[in-house]
Design a protein around this ligand. Structure first.
Ligand SMILES: CCCc1ccc(-c2ccc(S(=O)(=O)CCO)cc2)cc1[C@H]1C[C@H]1c1ccccn1
Length: 239
């Protein structure tokens, strides 16, 4: 089959985002702004034409689930509204492949800014075994804004379109049980890096956006990881 017109971009951005996620937070002006147990959230304060575009990087360790499971639920349109509380409406407008979809999401309005929507491709892939550590396979979901002539910006002037790049990078670690016993969920740990850059696409008060991010991102990651743990606990492990 001839490849989809977006494929070169999807491949490039996915590779680039994996590299970006694996960079430490030691350099580059990251400031820790939220901590909750194993979850650490960092941001950089950046503006582009007077709009807040603060890059965010969250690191977390979740026990009892695999990276494949985390990415499966993050990617899946069927369960998105179960855990995503800032989305009012979600539509899959194109299926590029089994592991690549195009989403249109209308987000809940953040007063006093106007309502936002986001149109982005979402791609999930397993990355060849990274033996640079004792880690196991890596799974990644990358979401990146895209245009679609059937869904022009500011549909009937209602929403301002944001541009975003998001990646969820998950590495599974297995602590082999004694004498070759079957691996259980008590033996697996998943190290997560979540990165996001959201450009609001139009003016929104910096103080309001920064307050929303400070509140919403920790809530978002805690809610999502709790959701995956709950969905997986009675199911066979998806390695
Ligand atoms: C003015 C910008 C409004 C705004 C548009 C979009 C998003 C947003 C879109 C996608 C994703 S995701 O990680 O790809 C999961 C799929 O939904 C996360 C966030 C966030 C905000 C802002 C509202 C803030 C926020 C922060 C954290 C979580 C959710 N929302």
């Amino acid at each position: 089959a001839t490849q989809h017109r977006l494929w070169p971009e999807i491949d490039r951005i996915s590779v680039e985002q994996l590299r970006y996620a694996r960079l430490g937070v030691g350099e580059g002006g990251w400031q820790l702004f939220a901590e909750d147990g194993e979850m650490k959230m960092y941001k950089r304060e950046e503006e582009s034409n007077g709009m807040v575009v603060d890059p965010l990087k969250a690191c977390h360790v979740v026990r009892g689930v695999t990276g494949h499971e985390m990415c499966h639920y993050f990617f899946s349109p069927d369960v998105r509204m179960e855990w995503e509380t800032t989305v009012e409406q979600m539509t899959v407008i194109e299926k590029i492949a089994d592991d690549t979809l195009v989403f249109l999401q209308v987000h809940k309005r953040i007063w006093p800014a106007s309502q936002r929507d986001a149109l982005f491709w979402s791609h999930m892939r397993q990355v060849p075994d990274h033996n640079d550590r004792d880690g196991h396979d890596i799974w990644i979901v990358c979401n990146h804004s895209t245009d679609n002539s059937d869904f022009p910006q500011s549909n009937n002037g209602k929403c301002v379109r944001v541009t975003l790049t998001v990646c969820l990078v998950c590495q599974t670690f297995i602590d082999p049980p004694k004498d070759g016993a079957k691996i259980t969920r008590d033996d697996i740990t998943c190290k997560i890096t979540y990165c996001s850059v959201v450009n609001p696409g139009g003016w929104a008060p910096a103080s309001v956006l920064r307050a929303v991010y400070k509140r919403e991102y920790p809530k978002f990651l805690k809610r999502f990881t709790a959701y995956v743990i709950d969905q997986c606990k009675d199911k066979p492990i998806m390695f």
